[in-house]
Unconditional design. Structure first.
Length: 256
């Protein structure tokens, strides 16, 4: 079995592969002050709760955009699983060529998502990850990561709104029945969701326009991506497991 881990700014997502199948996945809040023992015991408890024998896990792969977490997390895998994990970063085989100005500054999560989408659909394509930030990444037909766009995630946008305004409440992020809102809550929801749909559609349109490629597959992932995917025809595929799939592909390419 393989432990696949994506460490993001908001959450750490952990999955277990048995062959090519995910047999369990969990999410925990990212906290840099946690010790290796806290991470190790927490993961063991998750596995035990799902009746997964931790002794069958023989390998692990980790992508992270939070460097402060890595020391404790890597030590947890060594101490509790006796595993030296594969870390997604420079020198790792991915099957993707990074052609941006500074390849070393590209987040590991972006690479992982691109690997999965390109493996499944080929290029050219646009991969959108609705995470803490929303990222739009462009891969060429030859598997080159050429361009990336980053915007505040929909949750960050919502948080900024209620934190910086005295009278506006925090609201659930969901699409109201109509953009013609009659109260404060649906007014905020309409602005957030309809506004974000407009952003997504415009960025996709501009990418295709500037690249002069109309026929580009658009693949989305990320926790809040489902809300947007359900409301636009410009996203072709929504895959909540995209990063797990990318981690498995990269793991297999780098397995000794």
């Amino acid at each position: 079995m393989i432990l696949a881990v994506d460490i993001g700014n908001t959450n750490i997502v952990v999955g277990v592969y048995d062959g090519d199948n995910i047999v369990g996945s969990w999410r925990m809040v990212t906290r840099s002050e946690k010790t290796s023992d806290e991470y190790g015991i927490f993961i063991l408890n998750l596995l035990d709760h799902s009746n997964i024998d931790h002794k069958k896990i023989k390998s692990a792969i980790v992508s992270s955009v939070v460097p402060n977490v890595m020391h404790s997390f890597e030590n947890a895998l060594r101490k509790y699983f006796n595993i030296d994990p594969i870390i997604v970063g420079p020198g790792i085989k991915t099957g993707i060529t990074i052609s941006t100005d500074n390849p070393r500054e590209v987040g590991a999560d972006r690479i992982v998502g691109l690997v999965a989408a390109y493996h499944m659909f080929g290029g050219p394509l646009i991969v959108i990850d609705f995470g803490t930030a929303t990222t739009y990444d462009v891969v060429s037909e030859k598997g080159e990561f050429k361009y990336g766009i980053t915007s505040p995630g929909i949750q960050i946008t919502a948080d900024a709104l209620w934190q910086r305004t005295a009278q506006l409440p925090s609201v659930e992020i969901k699409k109201p029945d109509s953009i013609l809102a009659k109260n404060t809550v649906t007014s905020i929801q309409a602005g957030l969701v309809y506004g974000y749909i407009g952003q997504v559609e415009y960025i996709i349109k501009k990418i295709k326009e500037e690249m002069k490629i109309e026929n580009m597959k658009v693949v989305a992932t990320g926790g809040l991506g489902r809300i947007i995917f359900d409301e636009t025809s410009m996203i072709d595929v929504y895959d909540p497991q995209l990063l797990f799939e990318g981690l498995k592909i990269i793991h297999d390419k780098n397995q000794k």
